[in-house]
Design a protein around this ligand. Structure first.
Ligand SMILES: NC(=O)c1ccc[n+]([C@@H]2O[C@H](COP(=O)([O-])OP(=O)(O)OC[C@H]3O[C@@H](n4cnc5c(N)ncnc54)[C@H](OP(=O)(O)O)[C@@H]3O)[C@@H](O)[C@H]2O)c1
Length: 271
């Protein structure tokens, strides 16, 4: 005869929170987890995107929060604190093409806030939540708790000419690696995703409506498949597609002045 805990575990729905889950890769991951039977919560700042999700996917729980405002972010985290979750994905990101537009103060503030500062605020909170949860009776032992962040392949190349976007994604990769080491004793999985170009609306908007010319660009579903594979295989830093991984690995073996010269002359670079 089954115990009460086994009975509950069989009917228990795991919960995922996707910060930056209202469009693009984050939304695609939200819908994918929904098809896998997860309860899904998403966070974004655009009321219009949230209204669309509420209309089209009423089972998804939505939270409006501008992550560039630390006090709004703290209120969001306070509201989420009573709600257990098994996985959190940080997919929020901001980008302006610094090779075409000069980086102004507003863009600089926004990019640093979303790509780095809010990410750190949320990973700090989420790791402490999962530590507490894992200490209490957990009926979802079959789902390993995990923290995932979406960085970029741009952050895997170490060179002085890197943009603020690339540098903040590089910091995200290093931060995720530290969290991964720190959370081993708590059996909490941490994975970082360093993807090449993904054909999302945000990337198309940055490229006058069409991003098909971007090297090795992949569809959103392909990106979701890679990300889910990386989570299932517990890959510390998943770099894809393979062609881009080989190129960045070769670039990282070049002497720094040569690498700097090559990348300067290319002007545009991986998002
Ligand atoms: N597409 C690519 O080629 C590519 C390649 C490598 C890495 N990435 C990374 O993948 C992630 C997703 O990119 P994407 O192409 O899917 O873009 P996207 O559709 O613009 O997704 C970004 C998400 O972040 C949220 N967000 C942005 N600013 C926010 C703010 N101030 N407060 C709260 N939420 C905010 C957006 O929601 P709201 O608009 O509602 O605020 C949206 O849900 C980003 O981190 C990006 O750097 C993308």
């Amino acid at each position: 005869m089954k115990t009460l805990v086994e009975d509950i575990a069989e009917t228990y729905t795991p919960h995922i929170v996707i910060v930056g889950g209202t469009s693009g890769i984050g939304l695609a991951l939200a819908l994918h987890h929904q098809t896998l039977g997860w309860q899904v919560s998403v966070v974004g700042s655009s009321a219009a995107k949230i209204a669309d999700i509420n209309r089209q996917h009423p089972a998804i729980v939505t939270y409006v929060c501008d992550l560039t405002d630390p006090s709004q972010t703290q209120t969001l985290l306070d509201n989420l604190s009573g709600i257990p979750f098994q996985r959190l994905i940080y997919s929020a990101g901001g980008y302006t093409n610094e090779r075409i537009h000069h980086l102004n103060q507003a863009d600089s503030d926004q990019m640093l806030a979303i790509n780095l500062q809010a990410f750190e605020q949320i990973f700090r909170w989420a790791s402490s939540q999962l530590k507490q949860q894992n200490q209490s009776l957990d009926v979802t032992k079959n789902v390993r708790t995990s923290l995932i962040c979406i960085a970029s392949i741009a952050g895997t190349i170490d060179y002085p000419y890197a943009s603020l976007y690339a540098k903040s994604k590089r910091a995200m990769i290093a931060t995720a690696s530290a969290y991964r080491a720190a959370l081993v004793p708590y059996d909490i999985q941490v994975n970082c995703i360093a993807s090449g170009y993904i054909d999302t609306q945000a990337l198309r908007d940055l490229n006058d409506g069409d991003a098909r010319h971007k090297p090795f660009i992949m569809g959103t579903q392909t990106a979701v498949d890679h990300i889910m594979q990386a989570i299932n295989d517990d890959v510390e830093l998943a770099i894809f597609p393979r062609s881009m991984r080989y190129i960045t690995s070769a670039l990282n073996h070049l002497p720094k002045p040569v690498l700097n010269w090559i990348l300067r002359s290319k002007l545009d670079k991986a998002r």
